[in-house]
Design a protein around this ligand. Structure first.
Ligand code: NAD
Length: 374
């Protein structure tokens, strides 16, 4: 199969959908890899690394026109719509339930589009979203520690303390993938860590894997109020699948917090779990409300493209290999997790929530798959 990797052109996107190591893996299996010139530069992978891996460096027109399977990181933006075409399989983060123009462009072009974020295992895990949550969680603890520094508007507290000086307190609301990763980095820095969650099973699991090193507290309005008031850093990491994040920390609660404390709202991409949150960017990551620093960067992994590219490719590569080896039809028939990733198949919307969101026709994947396999 001919696999293409274009350069990401969305603002502030420095990741690339395949590393040179990934390119070598698929080339060794007999596939052809076309990489748009400078596609890897933002992640510190020069063209030469791809060439040594056996890939061919091509222009933007060639990569879109000649590929059978196109790997991207972000959804196509408007200037890329004219490049969508029948016969191409696009594999990328899509998020089209919230993007009607792109949904229509995909349908009209009769392309096939597989979304990273809806690849879902039978037990409900999202293997292609998880690596970004891991990165965001780890960054959240780093950002919290950093913005506690006085010249940056913080309290002027060293999160880990030193011998004879007590460490700071970190409260993590939501103990899922983001929350767990935030907790281990905060622990590593030497902070006192409290994790609040609503799932007792999840807290049992955290207790086991963290060997009792964090305080685990049932998330209720009162417990949140108390934990937030005691914290130097509060990390918002809740997720209610398919819904906006609940506003768990009100503006009134900020008044009980320590002046110069830091809020890191990782859940900002789902609307945020603090009443006072609004999305920020890596260029201007923080703002202040009532003496509390707010860090609400909506694409945190974008700040560390080298790590994010490597983590993303590790997760996507097995699926890329399956599609390349077997063709999409067979790969999807053999793997229900990958099947759930198919949002559009030859212009037909095969993901019910997407069709519903835009009032467009839904076609079950089983109905159109036989056509593709043929
Ligand atoms: N800003 C970014 O760059 C970025 C990057 C990755 C993920 N995220 C976001 O981070 C959030 C968390 O993602 P995740 O992968 O950790 O999800 P997850 O499903 O693994 O974890 C969410 C946790 O929240 C808990 N929860 C639900 N309601 C709660 C409540 N009222 N109080 C306390 N806990 C509650 C759940 O029990 C679960 O353990 C999501 O909104 C995700 O989109 C943001």
């Amino acid at each position: 199969m001919r696999i293409g990797v274009p350069r990401e052109i969305k603002t502030d996107e420095y990741r690339v959908a395949l590393t040179p190591a990934g390119a070598r893996e698929v080339v060794q299996k007999g596939h052809e890899v076309l990489v748009e010139t400078t596609a890897g530069e933002g992640s510190s992978f020069p063209d030469g690394d791809y060439e040594r891996a056996g890939a061919r460096i091509v222009s933007v027109d060639e990569v879109w026109a000649q590929s059978q399977l196109l790997l991207k990181v972000k959804e196509p933006i408007e200037s890329e719509y004219p490049r969508l075409r029948e016969g191409l399989v696009l594999f990328t983060y899509l998020h089209i339930a919230a993007d009607e123009p792109l949904t229509r462009a995909l349908v009209e072009s009769r392309i096939t589009a597989v979304a990273y974020e809806t690849v879902e295992t039978d037990d409900g895990r999202l293997p292609l979203l998880a690596p970004m949550s891991e990165i965001a969680g780890r960054l959240a603890a780093q950002a919290g520690a950093y913005f506690l520094e006085k010249p940056l508007g913080g309290r002027g507290l060293l999160l880990g303390g030193v011998p004879g000086v007590a460490p700071g307190h970190v409260a993590v609301i939501g103990g899922g993938i983001v929350g767990y990763n935030a907790a281990i980095i905060a622990l590593g820095l030497g902070a006192h860590v409290t994790v609040l969650d609503r799932s007792i099973d999840r807290m049992r699991h955290l207790d086991e894997i963290l060997s009792g090193r964090v305080s685990l507290v049932m998330s209720s309005s009162l417990q949140i109020e108390e934990s937030v008031a005691a914290a130097d850093v509060v990390i918002g990491a809740v997720l209610i699948p398919g819904a906006r994040a609940p506003k768990l920390v009100t503006r009134a609660m900020l008044h009980e917090m320590k002046p110069g404390a830091v809020i890191v709202d990782v859940a900002i991409d789902q609307g945020g779990c603090f009443e006072t949150s609004r999305p920020t960017t890596h260029t201007n990551p923080v703002y202040e409300v009532d003496g509390i620093t707010h860090y609400c960067v909506a694409n945190m992994p974008g700040g560390v493209p080298i790590s994010s590219t490597l983590a993303l490719t590790n997760a996507t590569l097995p699926y890329v290999e399956a599609i390349a080896e077997q063709g999409l039809g067979l790969a999807v028939a053999r793997d229900r997790a990958l099947a759930r990733g198919v949002n559009v198949l030859e212009g037909k919307i095969t993901y019910e929530a997407v069709a519903e969101a835009h009032g467009l026709e839904f076609t079950p994947l089983e109905d159109v798959l036989p056509l593709l396999a043929a």
